[in-house]
Design a protein around this ligand. Structure first.
Ligand SMILES: Cc1cc2nc3c(=O)[nH]c(=O)nc-3n(C[C@H](O)[C@H](O)[C@H](O)COP(=O)(O)O)c2cc1C
Length: 189
């Protein structure tokens, strides 16, 4: 089974990212099409990019980069679980993406954004999508945006509004299809 990695893109104490990711990972297990893993950028603890060479050289000198490379290489597809900060994606997420290059190539990725405010993080998704395509990911067309996150999270975790599980199911189906299209593609000669 392909491995789907949920990446928690917020790192601050008290963040809600882990509760949103826990809900999404549970839904993905129920979906049944993936082995599911959650990667927490706060736990992974990358510094700001400190590799001397461009990541396309894969000439990593730091153990944290080699570890991050090995972790991401296990994944066949990704969902970035991302709040919007000041109108765009979080710095830790961009930094974690910038660390690597080959590891991301041709991998499907979907975005699950959330905000305190009414936008649900759509501007952050729109800002990140072309960057991911430029790096070589295959971004899913569908994404999920959750507004009013403060009212949906508490000590019991994330209470998904009606219909959100169905939306996530559609995204997971699209990721599965993108992966199937990869497998069906003729080998490059
Ligand atoms: C630095 C920062 C910037 C934020 N910017 C926005 C924003 O532009 N729009 C919005 O609706 N909420 C914004 N918020 C509120 C977040 O959506 C809310 O705090 C959310 O819980 C953040 O995700 P996290 O808890 O996983 O860090 C911001 C929060 C932080 C900490």
């Amino acid at each position: 089974m392909p491995r789907l990695q949920f990446v928690i893109a917020s790192t601050r104490p008290g963040r809600v990212g882990p509760s949103v990711a826990a809900w999404a990972a549970e839904e993905a297990r129920r979906h049944g099409g993936f082995d599911v893993e959650t990667l927490d950028l706060a736990e992974i603890g990358l510094p700001f990019l400190d590799e001397p060479e461009h990541p396309s050289e894969a000439a990593y000198v730091h153990q944290h980069t080699k570890d991050w490379s090995a972790t991401v290489s296990r994944g066949d597809a990704y969902v970035f679980v991302m709040p919007m900060y000041n109108g765009t994606f979080t710095a830790p997420l961009k930094n974690a993406v910038d660390f690597l290059y080959h590891e991301w190539q041709d991998k499907p990725v979907a975005l699950l954004s959330y905000t305190a405010g009414p936008s649900g993080g759509v501007p952050a998704v729109e800002a990140l999508r072309p960057i991911l395509a430029r790096i070589g990911f295959r971004p899913a067309e569908r994404s999920i945006s959750v507004p009013g996150i403060a009212d949906l999270t508490g000590p019991d975790g994330f209470r998904a509004p009606a219909g959100l599980a169905g939306e996530l199911g559609g995204v997971l189906d699209e990721l599965a299809k993108l992966l199937a299209d990869t497998d069906a593609a003729p080998a490059q000669v």
